[in-house]
Ligand binder design. Structure first.
Ligand SMILES: [Zn+2]
Ligand SMILES: [Zn+2]
Length: 182
């Protein structure tokens, strides 16, 4: 991943001063757990960088167009990942006032900060563990591999088809809920 350097020298001398940066950044394909998100284009970001006194704080949004693989039916589908960027930067050796739980990065000696790691962290955080191409994706038949989004399969083991081990159970549940409403 390339760096996204922002020159903070104009706001370093001025408490409360802000600079808004926006643009595009080339990002590598994301791997989060077992899922891979293939990048379709550059990440777009808009981030406000503020001098708060103790630190330089970056806050904003980043959006990355990807192609994800559905965890149920294994089809590929376009997915935009939208992350909330938070960065906290101090001068080396000036982090004694900073709360311990705060993750800290350092202001470079040329008075720039690199927003790229905070953007990547935000994207990874927003990437779903089990992406679904649709909330109600029916998945594939575990027996024959047919895509059940296209209808029940011929092997008789697909979800909802006669002979499914849970279909008898479902009938029981339906009867039960009908009975309780009386
Ligand atoms: Zn699916
Ligand atoms: Zn089947």
């Amino acid at each position: 991943m390339e760096a996204c350097l922002v020159d903070v020298s104009p706001i370093l001398g001025d408490l409360g001063a802000t600079v808004v940066v926006s643009g595009e950044l080339q990002v590598d394909d994301l791997t989060v757990g077992a899922e891979e998100f293939i990048v379709r284009g550059p990440a777009k970001y808009e981030i406000t960088v503020t001098h708060t006194g103790t630190a330089i704080v970056a806050y904003g949004g980043v959006s990355l167009p990807t192609v994800a693989t559905c965890a149920r039916c294994l089809c590929e589908f376009p997915l935009d990942i939208n992350g909330e960027v938070e960065g906290f930067y101090v001068f080396p050796g000036k982090d004694s006032d900073v709360p311990e739980e705060q993750e800290v990065e350092y202001i470079n000696s040329d008075e720039t900060v690199d927003l790229a790691p905070a953007m990547l962290a935000a994207l990874v955080l927003d990437a779903p563990f089990a992406p679904l191409h649709a909330e109600d994706c029916a998945g594939i038949c575990l027996e024959c591999g047919a895509d059940l989004n296209e209808g029940t399969c011929g092997c008789g083991r697909g979800d909802g088809a006669p002979g499914h081990p849970f279909s008898a159970l479902r009938t029981l549940v339906d009867q039960d809920s009908a009975g309780s409403s009386q």
